[in-house]
Design a protein around this ligand. Sequence first.
Ligand SMILES: Nc1ncnc2c1ncn2[C@@H]1O[C@H](COP(=O)(O)OP(=O)(O)OP(=O)(O)O)[C@@H](O)[C@H]1O
Ligand SMILES: [Mg+2]
Length: 166
Amino acid sequence: MTCHVVSLPSRSPEDTLRIGYVLGSVLEKPPLLISLIGELGVGKTVFVKGFARALGLSMDSITSPTFVIANEYELTTSLRLIHADLYRIESRTELENAGFLDWIGSGAITLVEWGDRVAEALPEDHLKVVFSRGKDENEREIRVSATGCISSLVIEKSRSELTIQV
Ligand SMILES: Nc1ncnc2c1ncn2[C@@H]1O[C@H](COP(=O)(O)OP(=O)(O)OP(=O)(O)O)[C@@H](O)[C@H]1O
Ligand SMILES: [Mg+2]
């Protein structure tokens, strides 16, 4: 049986950008929701920059949505990328007011920082990316896991490239 989990070391922001980029590069069949989990400053937004770059956005255009809750980017006329940050969200009502049901129902690619705060509201099939710090200041571990068929496919397609050490 294939195991749909991959654990990746990151030693610099560039490593994290690359991991995001590789995952963004294999995405063929949106919709997909990616839940980004980990403490303040661990690299969730850096990951989104790499991911968005693979979809043709400039990294500079990706700014942290902590205060606006969500930023939307038009990738094509029919496909949006939504980058949300739920750090300040405290209830299901606030989440819905922010447009959450629209994001997940619209066929968009949605990346949600602090997705663990609303775990029960996430679609059953999503990609979970958990960041943790290592001993050194710039060291991180990034654990990517899948919870269903679509998210598993993303891991399968990117596994060989993700695990190449550069
Ligand atoms: N290996 C690494 N991967 C990612 N970022 C790193 C790494 N090492 C150091 N950094 C630094 O850590 C910071 C990560 O910031 P980032 O905004 O991505 O965090 P975040 O998890 O989105 O935080 P928040 O919860 O506040 O939104 C950046 O300043 C980045 O340069
Ligand atoms: Mg962030």
